[in-house]
Ligand binder design. Structure first.
Ligand code: G6P
Length: 610
Protein backbone atom coordinates (compact mmCIF):
# COMPACT_ATOMS: atom_id res chain seq x y z
CA UNK A 1 0.00 0.00 0.00
CA UNK A 2 1.15 3.64 0.18
CA UNK A 3 4.89 4.12 0.58
CA UNK A 4 7.06 6.95 1.84
CA UNK A 5 10.66 7.85 1.20
CA UNK A 6 12.49 11.07 2.08
CA UNK A 7 16.11 12.21 2.09
CA UNK A 8 18.31 15.09 3.21
CA UNK A 9 21.87 14.87 1.93
CA UNK A 10 24.83 16.63 0.39
CA UNK A 11 24.11 15.00 -2.95
CA UNK A 12 21.19 15.11 -5.36
CA UNK A 13 18.40 13.13 -3.68
CA UNK A 14 16.10 12.88 -6.73
CA UNK A 15 17.63 9.53 -7.84
CA UNK A 16 17.47 8.32 -4.21
CA UNK A 17 13.76 9.12 -4.03
CA UNK A 18 12.98 7.49 -7.36
CA UNK A 19 14.95 4.35 -6.59
CA UNK A 20 13.26 4.22 -3.18
CA UNK A 21 9.82 4.48 -4.76
CA UNK A 22 10.71 1.70 -7.20
CA UNK A 23 11.65 -0.52 -4.29
CA UNK A 24 8.28 0.29 -2.69
CA UNK A 25 6.33 -0.58 -5.85
CA UNK A 26 5.75 -4.14 -4.65
CA UNK A 27 3.44 -2.88 -1.93
CA UNK A 28 0.83 -1.94 -4.53
CA UNK A 29 -0.02 1.63 -5.62
CA UNK A 30 -1.77 3.58 -8.32
CA UNK A 31 0.11 6.88 -8.49
CA UNK A 32 3.46 8.31 -7.46
CA UNK A 33 5.12 11.65 -6.85
CA UNK A 34 8.10 13.50 -5.45
CA UNK A 35 8.59 17.02 -4.11
CA UNK A 36 11.90 18.73 -3.49
CA UNK A 37 13.10 22.04 -2.17
CA UNK A 38 15.35 23.69 -4.71
CA UNK A 39 16.37 27.28 -5.36
CA UNK A 40 13.94 28.56 -2.74
CA UNK A 41 11.02 26.77 -4.36
CA UNK A 42 9.08 23.60 -3.76
CA UNK A 43 8.95 21.66 -7.01
CA UNK A 44 6.80 18.63 -7.52
CA UNK A 45 6.12 15.90 -10.07
CA UNK A 46 3.18 13.53 -9.78
CA UNK A 47 1.75 10.93 -12.13
CA UNK A 48 -0.91 8.27 -12.03
CA UNK A 49 0.36 4.86 -13.13
CA UNK A 50 3.86 3.50 -12.68
CA UNK A 51 6.83 5.10 -10.92
CA UNK A 52 8.69 4.87 -14.26
CA UNK A 53 6.19 7.31 -15.80
CA UNK A 54 6.72 9.74 -12.93
CA UNK A 55 10.49 9.24 -13.30
CA UNK A 56 10.39 10.25 -16.99
CA UNK A 57 8.38 13.33 -16.10
CA UNK A 58 10.85 14.23 -13.32
CA UNK A 59 13.79 13.80 -15.72
CA UNK A 60 12.13 16.11 -18.20
CA UNK A 61 11.96 18.79 -15.49
CA UNK A 62 15.75 18.57 -14.93
CA UNK A 63 15.73 19.48 -11.28
CA UNK A 64 18.13 18.44 -8.59
CA UNK A 65 17.92 18.93 -4.86
CA UNK A 66 19.47 17.84 -1.60
CA UNK A 67 16.10 17.70 0.23
CA UNK A 68 13.02 15.83 -0.92
CA UNK A 69 10.17 13.43 -0.23
CA UNK A 70 8.43 10.84 -2.37
CA UNK A 71 5.28 8.74 -2.20
CA UNK A 72 3.44 5.88 -3.84
CA UNK A 73 -0.31 6.23 -3.29
CA UNK A 74 -3.00 3.57 -3.12
CA UNK A 75 -6.25 5.49 -3.39
CA UNK A 76 -8.61 5.63 -0.41
CA UNK A 77 -10.07 9.15 -0.19
CA UNK A 78 -10.52 10.47 -3.71
CA UNK A 79 -9.99 8.69 -7.02
CA UNK A 80 -6.79 7.83 -8.84
CA UNK A 81 -5.92 11.28 -10.22
CA UNK A 82 -2.84 13.43 -10.36
CA UNK A 83 -4.48 16.01 -8.08
CA UNK A 84 -5.00 13.38 -5.41
CA UNK A 85 -1.47 11.97 -5.67
CA UNK A 86 1.05 12.95 -3.01
CA UNK A 87 3.05 15.05 -2.15
CA UNK A 88 0.46 17.67 -1.23
CA UNK A 89 1.58 21.27 -1.03
CA UNK A 90 0.28 24.15 1.06
CA UNK A 91 0.69 27.68 -0.29
CA UNK A 92 3.60 26.67 -2.51
CA UNK A 93 5.74 26.45 0.62
CA UNK A 94 5.32 23.20 2.44
CA UNK A 95 5.10 19.69 0.98
CA UNK A 96 3.92 16.56 2.74
CA UNK A 97 3.49 12.83 2.15
CA UNK A 98 1.17 10.69 4.23
CA UNK A 99 0.35 7.02 4.76
CA UNK A 100 -2.80 6.17 6.69
CA UNK A 101 -6.24 7.72 7.05
CA UNK A 102 -7.31 10.86 8.89
CA UNK A 103 -10.76 10.21 10.28
CA UNK A 104 -11.66 13.81 11.23
CA UNK A 105 -10.56 15.25 7.89
CA UNK A 106 -14.00 16.65 7.11
CA UNK A 107 -14.15 18.76 10.27
CA UNK A 108 -10.57 19.91 9.70
CA UNK A 109 -11.37 20.79 6.09
CA UNK A 110 -14.29 22.97 7.17
CA UNK A 111 -12.18 24.67 9.79
CA UNK A 112 -9.32 25.31 7.37
CA UNK A 113 -11.71 26.64 4.72
CA UNK A 114 -12.87 29.12 7.37
CA UNK A 115 -9.22 30.14 7.78
CA UNK A 116 -8.96 30.85 4.05
CA UNK A 117 -7.36 27.64 2.80
CA UNK A 118 -8.50 26.21 -0.53
CA UNK A 119 -8.32 22.55 -1.47
CA UNK A 120 -7.07 21.05 -4.70
CA UNK A 121 -7.69 17.39 -3.93
CA UNK A 122 -10.32 15.14 -2.39
CA UNK A 123 -7.80 13.54 -0.07
CA UNK A 124 -7.80 13.48 3.70
CA UNK A 125 -4.07 14.24 3.45
CA UNK A 126 -4.30 17.77 2.13
CA UNK A 127 -5.78 18.99 5.44
CA UNK A 128 -2.57 17.99 7.24
CA UNK A 129 -0.44 20.09 4.89
CA UNK A 130 -2.66 23.13 5.46
CA UNK A 131 -2.88 22.53 9.19
CA UNK A 132 0.90 22.48 9.55
CA UNK A 133 1.11 25.53 7.30
CA UNK A 134 -1.43 27.30 9.51
CA UNK A 135 0.69 26.79 12.63
CA UNK A 136 3.83 27.82 10.73
CA UNK A 137 2.05 31.04 9.79
CA UNK A 138 1.49 31.67 13.49
CA UNK A 139 5.23 31.53 14.07
CA UNK A 140 5.85 27.89 15.03
CA UNK A 141 8.96 26.07 13.86
CA UNK A 142 8.43 23.30 11.34
CA UNK A 143 8.73 20.66 14.07
CA UNK A 144 6.53 22.64 16.47
CA UNK A 145 3.86 23.12 13.80
CA UNK A 146 3.90 19.40 13.02
CA UNK A 147 3.64 18.48 16.70
CA UNK A 148 0.70 20.83 17.24
CA UNK A 149 -1.05 19.70 14.07
CA UNK A 150 -0.84 15.96 14.76
CA UNK A 151 -2.44 16.45 18.17
CA UNK A 152 -5.53 17.57 16.28
CA UNK A 153 -5.69 14.56 13.98
CA UNK A 154 -7.77 11.44 14.62
CA UNK A 155 -6.74 8.36 12.73
CA UNK A 156 -3.50 6.84 11.50
CA UNK A 157 -0.53 8.47 9.89
CA UNK A 158 3.07 8.30 8.91
CA UNK A 159 4.19 11.72 7.68
CA UNK A 160 7.24 13.35 6.16
CA UNK A 161 7.27 17.11 5.63
CA UNK A 162 9.60 19.64 4.01
CA UNK A 163 9.34 23.42 3.81
CA UNK A 164 11.12 25.81 1.44
CA UNK A 165 11.52 28.33 4.27
CA UNK A 166 13.57 25.76 6.18
CA UNK A 167 15.65 23.93 3.56
CA UNK A 168 18.03 22.42 6.11
CA UNK A 169 15.57 20.01 7.69
CA UNK A 170 12.83 17.45 7.25
CA UNK A 171 10.29 16.46 9.93
CA UNK A 172 8.35 13.26 10.37
CA UNK A 173 5.63 11.76 12.57
CA UNK A 174 4.18 8.36 13.19
CA UNK A 175 0.89 7.10 14.63
CA UNK A 176 -0.58 3.76 13.60
CA UNK A 177 1.51 3.42 10.40
CA UNK A 178 5.13 2.31 10.26
CA UNK A 179 7.88 4.87 9.70
CA UNK A 180 11.61 4.54 10.17
CA UNK A 181 14.64 6.74 9.95
CA UNK A 182 17.74 5.71 8.04
CA UNK A 183 21.04 6.99 9.40
CA UNK A 184 23.68 7.80 6.82
CA UNK A 185 27.01 9.50 6.84
CA UNK A 186 26.25 13.21 6.49
CA UNK A 187 22.80 12.29 5.18
CA UNK A 188 19.60 10.95 6.69
CA UNK A 189 16.42 9.36 5.39
CA UNK A 190 12.84 8.51 6.26
CA UNK A 191 10.97 5.55 4.85
CA UNK A 192 7.88 3.51 5.49
CA UNK A 193 9.81 0.34 4.74
CA UNK A 194 13.54 -0.33 4.98
CA UNK A 195 13.67 -1.61 1.39
CA UNK A 196 13.21 1.99 0.17
CA UNK A 197 16.58 3.13 1.53
CA UNK A 198 18.56 -0.07 1.70
CA UNK A 199 21.10 0.93 -0.95
CA UNK A 200 21.93 4.09 1.07
CA UNK A 201 22.03 2.70 4.61
CA UNK A 202 21.22 -0.30 6.77
CA UNK A 203 21.30 1.65 10.05
CA UNK A 204 17.71 2.33 11.07
CA UNK A 205 15.64 3.69 13.94
CA UNK A 206 12.02 2.56 14.12
CA UNK A 207 9.77 5.39 15.27
CA UNK A 208 7.22 4.42 17.92
CA UNK A 209 3.56 5.39 18.20
CA UNK A 210 3.20 9.13 18.74
CA UNK A 211 6.85 9.91 17.92
CA UNK A 212 7.91 12.91 15.89
CA UNK A 213 11.37 13.46 14.48
CA UNK A 214 13.56 16.17 13.04
CA UNK A 215 16.28 15.30 10.54
CA UNK A 216 19.15 17.41 9.29
CA UNK A 217 22.12 16.11 7.32
CA UNK A 218 24.16 15.66 10.47
CA UNK A 219 21.63 14.80 13.16
CA UNK A 220 18.37 13.08 13.97
CA UNK A 221 16.28 14.07 17.00
CA UNK A 222 13.30 11.96 18.07
CA UNK A 223 10.53 13.16 20.40
CA UNK A 224 7.98 11.00 22.21
CA UNK A 225 4.23 11.49 22.25
CA UNK A 226 4.64 14.08 25.03
CA UNK A 227 6.98 16.14 22.85
CA UNK A 228 10.02 15.39 25.05
CA UNK A 229 13.29 14.14 23.44
CA UNK A 230 13.67 10.33 23.52
CA UNK A 231 16.37 7.86 22.54
CA UNK A 232 15.29 5.08 20.20
CA UNK A 233 17.55 2.10 19.57
CA UNK A 234 19.48 1.85 16.37
CA UNK A 235 19.15 -1.43 14.43
CA UNK A 236 21.15 -2.91 11.61
CA UNK A 237 18.75 -4.17 8.97
CA UNK A 238 19.53 -7.59 7.54
CA UNK A 239 17.14 -7.31 4.59
CA UNK A 240 18.98 -8.89 1.70
CA UNK A 241 19.25 -7.05 -1.59
CA UNK A 242 19.14 -10.37 -3.46
CA UNK A 243 15.64 -11.04 -2.12
CA UNK A 244 14.53 -7.80 -3.76
CA UNK A 245 16.02 -8.64 -7.13
CA UNK A 246 14.49 -10.84 -9.78
CA UNK A 247 17.57 -12.79 -10.84
CA UNK A 248 16.83 -15.31 -13.59
CA UNK A 249 13.08 -15.38 -12.93
CA UNK A 250 10.34 -13.76 -14.94
CA UNK A 251 8.31 -12.65 -11.94
CA UNK A 252 8.85 -12.28 -8.20
CA UNK A 253 5.96 -14.65 -7.61
CA UNK A 254 7.71 -17.36 -9.62
CA UNK A 255 10.98 -16.68 -7.80
CA UNK A 256 9.26 -16.80 -4.42
CA UNK A 257 7.42 -20.04 -5.23
CA UNK A 258 10.78 -21.58 -6.08
CA UNK A 259 12.43 -20.19 -2.96
CA UNK A 260 10.14 -22.20 -0.70
CA UNK A 261 12.50 -25.11 0.03
CA UNK A 262 15.12 -22.59 1.22
CA UNK A 263 12.58 -20.42 3.07
CA UNK A 264 11.20 -23.45 4.94
CA UNK A 265 14.69 -24.73 5.75
CA UNK A 266 15.64 -21.30 7.13
CA UNK A 267 12.43 -21.06 9.14
CA UNK A 268 13.03 -24.38 10.89
CA UNK A 269 16.77 -23.90 11.32
CA UNK A 270 16.59 -23.08 15.04
CA UNK A 271 14.17 -25.96 15.66
CA UNK A 272 16.32 -28.48 13.84
CA UNK A 273 19.40 -27.07 15.60
CA UNK A 274 17.87 -27.58 19.04
CA UNK A 275 16.53 -30.98 17.99
CA UNK A 276 13.42 -30.50 20.12
CA UNK A 277 10.16 -28.55 20.13
CA UNK A 278 11.03 -26.13 22.94
CA UNK A 279 8.92 -23.14 24.03
CA UNK A 280 12.02 -20.91 23.75
CA UNK A 281 11.57 -21.01 19.98
CA UNK A 282 8.76 -18.52 20.62
CA UNK A 283 10.69 -16.22 22.96
CA UNK A 284 12.23 -16.26 26.42
CA UNK A 285 8.91 -15.87 28.26
CA UNK A 286 7.21 -18.55 26.19
CA UNK A 287 7.13 -21.35 28.75
CA UNK A 288 5.22 -19.15 31.22
CA UNK A 289 2.86 -17.83 28.60
CA UNK A 290 2.11 -21.14 26.89
CA UNK A 291 2.05 -23.61 29.77
CA UNK A 292 -1.49 -23.29 31.07
CA UNK A 293 -3.38 -21.83 28.14
CA UNK A 294 -6.76 -23.47 27.63
CA UNK A 295 -7.63 -22.28 24.12
CA UNK A 296 -6.20 -20.48 21.12
CA UNK A 297 -7.61 -17.57 19.12
CA UNK A 298 -5.94 -16.91 15.78
CA UNK A 299 -6.45 -13.51 14.10
CA UNK A 300 -5.33 -12.67 10.57
CA UNK A 301 -6.33 -11.38 7.12
CA UNK A 302 -6.10 -12.73 3.58
CA UNK A 303 -3.71 -15.58 2.97
CA UNK A 304 -2.55 -15.45 6.58
CA UNK A 305 -6.13 -16.20 7.66
CA UNK A 306 -6.03 -19.41 5.62
CA UNK A 307 -2.79 -20.38 7.35
CA UNK A 308 -4.72 -19.90 10.61
CA UNK A 309 -7.59 -22.08 9.42
CA UNK A 310 -5.12 -24.87 8.62
CA UNK A 311 -3.51 -24.56 12.05
CA UNK A 312 -6.85 -25.07 13.75
CA UNK A 313 -6.93 -28.69 12.54
CA UNK A 314 -3.41 -29.28 13.87
CA UNK A 315 -3.95 -27.60 17.22
CA UNK A 316 -7.24 -29.28 18.07
CA UNK A 317 -5.99 -32.69 16.92
CA UNK A 318 -2.59 -32.58 18.60
CA UNK A 319 -3.07 -30.34 21.63
CA UNK A 320 -6.69 -31.14 22.45
CA UNK A 321 -7.73 -27.55 23.21
CA UNK A 322 -10.20 -25.42 21.26
CA UNK A 323 -8.81 -23.17 18.56
CA UNK A 324 -10.86 -20.43 16.93
CA UNK A 325 -9.74 -18.55 13.84
CA UNK A 326 -11.22 -15.22 12.85
CA UNK A 327 -10.69 -12.58 10.21
CA UNK A 328 -9.11 -9.68 12.11
CA UNK A 329 -11.45 -7.03 10.68
CA UNK A 330 -14.43 -8.94 12.09
CA UNK A 331 -12.96 -9.70 15.49
CA UNK A 332 -11.99 -6.10 16.17
CA UNK A 333 -15.57 -4.88 15.93
CA UNK A 334 -17.49 -7.57 17.77
CA UNK A 335 -18.19 -8.20 21.41
CA UNK A 336 -15.67 -10.80 22.43
CA UNK A 337 -15.79 -12.93 25.55
CA UNK A 338 -12.37 -12.48 27.12
CA UNK A 339 -10.53 -15.43 28.62
CA UNK A 340 -7.22 -14.73 30.38
CA UNK A 341 -5.98 -18.26 29.65
CA UNK A 342 -6.47 -17.86 25.92
CA UNK A 343 -3.44 -17.56 23.65
CA UNK A 344 -4.07 -14.86 21.06
CA UNK A 345 -2.03 -15.53 17.91
CA UNK A 346 -1.76 -12.85 15.25
CA UNK A 347 -0.52 -13.97 11.85
CA UNK A 348 0.82 -11.37 9.48
CA UNK A 349 3.61 -11.77 6.99
CA UNK A 350 4.16 -7.99 6.82
CA UNK A 351 3.57 -7.29 10.50
CA UNK A 352 1.77 -4.09 9.62
CA UNK A 353 -1.73 -5.02 8.41
CA UNK A 354 -3.89 -2.46 10.12
CA UNK A 355 -6.87 -4.70 10.83
CA UNK A 356 -4.65 -7.36 12.40
CA UNK A 357 -2.84 -4.75 14.48
CA UNK A 358 -6.14 -3.28 15.67
CA UNK A 359 -7.51 -6.73 16.47
CA UNK A 360 -4.43 -7.36 18.63
CA UNK A 361 -4.87 -4.02 20.40
CA UNK A 362 -8.53 -4.86 21.00
CA UNK A 363 -7.63 -8.28 22.43
CA UNK A 364 -5.10 -6.63 24.74
CA UNK A 365 -7.65 -4.02 25.83
CA UNK A 366 -9.89 -6.90 26.89
CA UNK A 367 -7.16 -8.16 29.18
CA UNK A 368 -5.57 -10.77 26.93
CA UNK A 369 -1.93 -10.87 27.95
CA UNK A 370 -0.89 -14.08 26.26
CA UNK A 371 -0.09 -12.82 22.80
CA UNK A 372 2.04 -14.39 20.09
CA UNK A 373 2.81 -12.97 16.68
CA UNK A 374 4.01 -15.04 13.74
CA UNK A 375 5.54 -12.64 11.28
CA UNK A 376 8.04 -12.40 8.42
CA UNK A 377 9.30 -8.85 9.01
CA UNK A 378 11.51 -8.32 12.06
CA UNK A 379 10.75 -5.27 14.16
CA UNK A 380 7.46 -4.59 12.42
CA UNK A 381 4.52 -3.24 14.39
CA UNK A 382 2.57 -6.43 15.19
CA UNK A 383 5.45 -8.47 16.67
CA UNK A 384 6.53 -5.39 18.60
CA UNK A 385 3.13 -5.27 20.21
CA UNK A 386 3.14 -8.99 21.09
CA UNK A 387 4.65 -10.77 24.06
CA UNK A 388 5.91 -13.75 22.09
CA UNK A 389 7.23 -13.75 18.55
CA UNK A 390 8.10 -16.37 15.99
CA UNK A 391 9.79 -14.95 12.91
CA UNK A 392 9.39 -16.91 9.72
CA UNK A 393 12.52 -16.56 7.64
CA UNK A 394 11.07 -16.43 4.16
CA UNK A 395 13.09 -13.35 3.16
CA UNK A 396 11.47 -10.31 1.56
CA UNK A 397 8.31 -11.26 -0.32
CA UNK A 398 7.74 -8.87 -3.21
CA UNK A 399 4.93 -10.49 -5.22
CA UNK A 400 1.59 -9.17 -3.96
CA UNK A 401 0.16 -12.70 -3.92
CA UNK A 402 1.72 -14.34 -0.90
CA UNK A 403 3.46 -17.69 -1.46
CA UNK A 404 6.59 -18.42 0.58
CA UNK A 405 5.26 -16.32 3.46
CA UNK A 406 2.21 -18.62 3.60
CA UNK A 407 4.07 -21.93 3.62
CA UNK A 408 6.54 -20.67 6.21
CA UNK A 409 3.64 -19.48 8.37
CA UNK A 410 2.26 -23.02 8.13
CA UNK A 411 5.60 -24.40 9.25
CA UNK A 412 5.64 -21.99 12.20
CA UNK A 413 2.07 -22.91 13.16
CA UNK A 414 2.84 -26.62 12.93
CA UNK A 415 5.83 -26.01 15.24
CA UNK A 416 3.50 -24.17 17.63
CA UNK A 417 0.97 -27.01 17.62
CA UNK A 418 3.62 -29.64 18.37
CA UNK A 419 5.21 -27.46 21.06
CA UNK A 420 1.86 -26.98 22.79
CA UNK A 421 1.15 -30.71 22.54
CA UNK A 422 4.49 -31.45 24.16
CA UNK A 423 3.90 -28.94 26.97
CA UNK A 424 0.63 -30.72 27.73
CA UNK A 425 2.31 -34.09 27.84
CA UNK A 426 0.65 -35.29 24.66
CA UNK A 427 3.77 -36.17 22.75
CA UNK A 428 6.00 -39.18 23.26
CA UNK A 429 9.73 -38.92 22.53
CA UNK A 430 9.23 -41.20 19.56
CA UNK A 431 6.49 -39.00 18.14
CA UNK A 432 8.59 -35.89 18.63
CA UNK A 433 11.48 -37.48 16.76
CA UNK A 434 9.14 -38.54 13.94
CA UNK A 435 7.68 -35.05 13.57
CA UNK A 436 11.12 -33.48 13.62
CA UNK A 437 12.13 -35.88 10.93
CA UNK A 438 9.19 -35.07 8.72
CA UNK A 439 9.94 -31.34 9.04
CA UNK A 440 13.58 -32.05 8.20
CA UNK A 441 12.49 -33.71 4.97
CA UNK A 442 9.92 -31.09 4.07
CA UNK A 443 12.20 -28.80 1.99
CA UNK A 444 13.13 -31.82 -0.17
CA UNK A 445 9.49 -32.83 -0.62
CA UNK A 446 8.59 -29.26 -1.58
CA UNK A 447 11.37 -29.34 -4.16
CA UNK A 448 9.85 -32.49 -5.64
CA UNK A 449 6.45 -30.80 -5.80
CA UNK A 450 8.05 -27.86 -7.63
CA UNK A 451 9.25 -30.30 -10.27
CA UNK A 452 5.60 -30.78 -11.26
CA UNK A 453 5.66 -27.31 -12.82
CA UNK A 454 5.67 -28.43 -16.52
CA UNK A 455 2.59 -30.65 -15.97
CA UNK A 456 0.78 -27.89 -14.12
CA UNK A 457 1.64 -25.37 -16.87
CA UNK A 458 -0.23 -27.63 -19.32
CA UNK A 459 -3.31 -27.56 -17.10
CA UNK A 460 -3.01 -23.79 -16.85
CA UNK A 461 -3.55 -23.44 -20.60
CA UNK A 462 -6.93 -25.08 -20.19
CA UNK A 463 -7.79 -22.78 -17.30
CA UNK A 464 -6.77 -19.57 -19.02
CA UNK A 465 -9.94 -19.11 -21.14
CA UNK A 466 -12.32 -19.92 -18.23
CA UNK A 467 -14.38 -17.36 -16.35
CA UNK A 468 -15.04 -19.42 -13.22
CA UNK A 469 -13.46 -22.24 -11.23
CA UNK A 470 -14.36 -24.25 -8.14
CA UNK A 471 -11.86 -25.56 -5.61
CA UNK A 472 -12.72 -28.40 -3.24
CA UNK A 473 -10.96 -29.88 -0.25
CA UNK A 474 -11.85 -31.60 3.00
CA UNK A 475 -10.49 -31.41 6.51
CA UNK A 476 -7.06 -29.86 6.79
CA UNK A 477 -6.94 -29.48 3.01
CA UNK A 478 -10.06 -27.34 2.83
CA UNK A 479 -8.05 -24.18 3.73
CA UNK A 480 -5.63 -25.11 0.93
CA UNK A 481 -8.57 -25.14 -1.48
CA UNK A 482 -9.44 -21.67 -0.17
CA UNK A 483 -5.87 -20.53 -0.70
CA UNK A 484 -5.83 -22.01 -4.23
CA UNK A 485 -9.01 -20.13 -5.13
CA UNK A 486 -7.64 -16.92 -3.63
CA UNK A 487 -4.38 -17.21 -5.57
CA UNK A 488 -6.29 -17.80 -8.82
CA UNK A 489 -8.63 -14.85 -8.40
CA UNK A 490 -5.89 -12.49 -7.18
CA UNK A 491 -3.61 -12.84 -10.15
CA UNK A 492 -5.76 -14.19 -13.04
CA UNK A 493 -9.05 -12.39 -12.25
CA UNK A 494 -10.89 -15.67 -12.84
CA UNK A 495 -13.77 -15.92 -10.42
CA UNK A 496 -12.85 -18.80 -8.12
CA UNK A 497 -14.68 -20.19 -5.10
CA UNK A 498 -13.59 -22.83 -2.63
CA UNK A 499 -15.87 -25.15 -0.71
CA UNK A 500 -15.46 -28.01 1.69
CA UNK A 501 -16.15 -30.88 -0.71
CA UNK A 502 -18.97 -32.19 1.51
CA UNK A 503 -20.79 -28.90 1.08
CA UNK A 504 -20.94 -29.21 -2.71
CA UNK A 505 -24.41 -30.69 -2.76
CA UNK A 506 -25.75 -27.88 -0.58
CA UNK A 507 -25.43 -25.24 -3.26
CA UNK A 508 -22.35 -24.98 -5.48
CA UNK A 509 -23.25 -28.17 -7.37
CA UNK A 510 -25.85 -26.02 -9.16
CA UNK A 511 -22.95 -24.23 -10.86
CA UNK A 512 -21.31 -27.38 -12.19
CA UNK A 513 -21.51 -28.14 -15.90
CA UNK A 514 -18.98 -28.96 -18.60
CA UNK A 515 -17.66 -25.40 -18.52
CA UNK A 516 -16.83 -25.39 -14.82
CA UNK A 517 -13.34 -26.67 -13.98
CA UNK A 518 -13.25 -28.17 -10.51
CA UNK A 519 -9.88 -28.40 -8.74
CA UNK A 520 -9.78 -30.97 -5.97
CA UNK A 521 -7.13 -31.27 -3.27
CA UNK A 522 -7.35 -34.99 -2.52
CA UNK A 523 -4.34 -36.50 -0.80
CA UNK A 524 -4.45 -39.96 0.62
CA UNK A 525 -5.84 -39.28 4.07
CA UNK A 526 -8.81 -40.64 6.01
CA UNK A 527 -11.19 -38.42 4.05
CA UNK A 528 -10.06 -39.56 0.59
CA UNK A 529 -12.99 -41.94 0.06
CA UNK A 530 -15.41 -39.14 0.98
CA UNK A 531 -13.70 -36.80 -1.46
CA UNK A 532 -13.95 -39.43 -4.20
CA UNK A 533 -17.73 -39.53 -3.72
CA UNK A 534 -17.83 -35.74 -4.03
CA UNK A 535 -15.85 -36.03 -7.24
CA UNK A 536 -18.44 -38.45 -8.61
CA UNK A 537 -21.08 -35.82 -7.92
CA UNK A 538 -19.15 -33.43 -10.16
CA UNK A 539 -18.56 -35.95 -12.92
CA UNK A 540 -22.23 -36.94 -12.96
CA UNK A 541 -23.02 -33.31 -13.91
CA UNK A 542 -20.40 -33.19 -16.67
CA UNK A 543 -17.90 -31.14 -14.62
CA UNK A 544 -14.20 -31.51 -15.44
CA UNK A 545 -11.99 -32.49 -12.52
CA UNK A 546 -8.38 -31.44 -11.95
CA UNK A 547 -7.15 -33.44 -8.99
CA UNK A 548 -4.02 -32.91 -6.92
CA UNK A 549 -3.23 -36.00 -4.93
CA UNK A 550 -0.18 -37.81 -3.62
CA UNK A 551 1.82 -40.88 -4.44
CA UNK A 552 -0.11 -43.14 -2.06
CA UNK A 553 -3.62 -42.65 -3.39
CA UNK A 554 -4.84 -45.33 -5.70
CA UNK A 555 -6.86 -43.58 -8.34
CA UNK A 556 -5.93 -42.67 -11.84
CA UNK A 557 -7.05 -40.55 -14.74
CA UNK A 558 -10.27 -41.23 -16.59
CA UNK A 559 -12.47 -39.26 -18.91
CA UNK A 560 -12.90 -35.78 -17.50
CA UNK A 561 -10.62 -36.57 -14.54
CA UNK A 562 -7.06 -35.23 -14.73
CA UNK A 563 -4.65 -36.15 -11.97
CA UNK A 564 -1.31 -34.75 -10.84
CA UNK A 565 0.51 -36.49 -7.99
CA UNK A 566 2.89 -34.96 -5.53
CA UNK A 567 5.64 -37.55 -5.23
CA UNK A 568 5.37 -38.28 -1.51
CA UNK A 569 2.81 -38.53 1.22
CA UNK A 570 4.05 -36.33 4.05
CA UNK A 571 1.51 -37.10 6.73
CA UNK A 572 0.32 -34.12 8.73
CA UNK A 573 2.44 -31.73 6.68
CA UNK A 574 0.45 -32.59 3.58
CA UNK A 575 -1.38 -29.21 3.40
CA UNK A 576 2.00 -27.48 3.05
CA UNK A 577 3.01 -29.73 0.19
CA UNK A 578 -0.35 -29.36 -1.59
CA UNK A 579 -0.04 -25.59 -1.53
CA UNK A 580 2.74 -25.74 -4.12
CA UNK A 581 0.65 -27.04 -7.04
CA UNK A 582 -2.18 -24.56 -6.47
CA UNK A 583 0.33 -21.70 -6.42
CA UNK A 584 1.86 -22.94 -9.68
CA UNK A 585 -1.57 -23.37 -11.27
CA UNK A 586 -2.48 -19.74 -10.50
CA UNK A 587 0.92 -18.49 -11.65
CA UNK A 588 0.87 -20.29 -15.01
CA UNK A 589 -2.76 -19.42 -15.65
CA UNK A 590 -1.88 -15.76 -15.07
CA UNK A 591 1.03 -16.09 -17.50
CA UNK A 592 -1.30 -17.57 -20.11
CA UNK A 593 -3.78 -14.73 -19.57
CA UNK A 594 -1.04 -12.08 -19.66
CA UNK A 595 -1.97 -10.37 -16.39
CA UNK A 596 0.44 -8.36 -14.24
CA UNK A 597 1.42 -11.24 -11.96
CA UNK A 598 3.37 -9.33 -9.33
CA UNK A 599 1.11 -6.30 -9.18
CA UNK A 600 -2.46 -7.47 -9.65
CA UNK A 601 -5.00 -4.74 -10.21
CA UNK A 602 -6.53 -3.05 -7.15
CA UNK A 603 -4.50 -5.07 -4.64
CA UNK A 604 -1.74 -4.05 -2.25
CA UNK A 605 0.90 -6.10 -0.50
CA UNK A 606 0.59 -4.41 2.87
CA UNK A 607 -2.85 -3.16 3.74
CA UNK A 608 -2.30 -0.33 6.16
CA UNK A 609 -5.83 1.07 6.00
CA UNK A 610 -9.15 -0.37 7.18
C1 G6P B 1 -2.98 -8.21 1.59
C2 G6P B 1 -2.08 -9.04 0.67
C3 G6P B 1 -2.29 -10.51 0.96
C4 G6P B 1 -2.06 -10.79 2.44
C5 G6P B 1 -2.95 -9.91 3.32
C6 G6P B 1 -2.58 -10.03 4.80
O1 G6P B 1 -4.30 -8.40 1.24
O2 G6P B 1 -2.37 -8.77 -0.69
O3 G6P B 1 -1.38 -11.28 0.19
O4 G6P B 1 -2.35 -12.14 2.69
O5 G6P B 1 -2.77 -8.55 2.95
O6 G6P B 1 -1.28 -9.56 4.95
P1 G6P B 1 -0.33 -9.88 6.16
O7 G6P B 1 0.91 -9.09 5.87
O8 G6P B 1 -1.03 -9.40 7.39
O9 G6P B 1 -0.08 -11.34 6.18
Amino acid sequence: MCGIVGAIADRDVVPVLIEGLKRLEYRGYDSAGIAVVTEDRVRRVRRTGRVSEMESAAKAEHFTSSLGIGHTRWATHGGVTEDNAHPHISHGELALVHNGIIENHEQQRERLRGLGYTFESQTDTEVIAHLIHHYRAQGATLLGALQTAVRELDGAYALAVIDKRDPERMVAARMGCPLLIGLGDGENFVASDVSAIITSTRRVIFLEEGDTAELTREAVHVFGADGEPVQRDEHLSDVSLASMELGPYRHFMQKEIHEQPRAIADTIEALIGSNAFTPELFGSQAEDVLRDIDCVQILACGTSYYAGLTARYWIEAMVGIPCAVEVASEYRYRTVVANPRQLVVTLSQSGETLDTMEALKYAKSLGHERTLSICNVPESAIPRASRLVYYTRAGAEIGVASTKAFTTQLVALFTLAVTLAKLRGKLSDGQEEELLDSLRHLPGSVQHALNLEPQIALWAERFAPRQHALFLGRGVHYPIALEGALKLKEITYIHAEAYPAGELKHGPLALVDKDMPVVVIAPNDRLLEKVKSNMQEVRARGGELFVFTDADSQFGESEGVHVIRTPRHVGMLSPILHTIPVQLLAYHTALARGTDVDKPRNLAKSVTVE
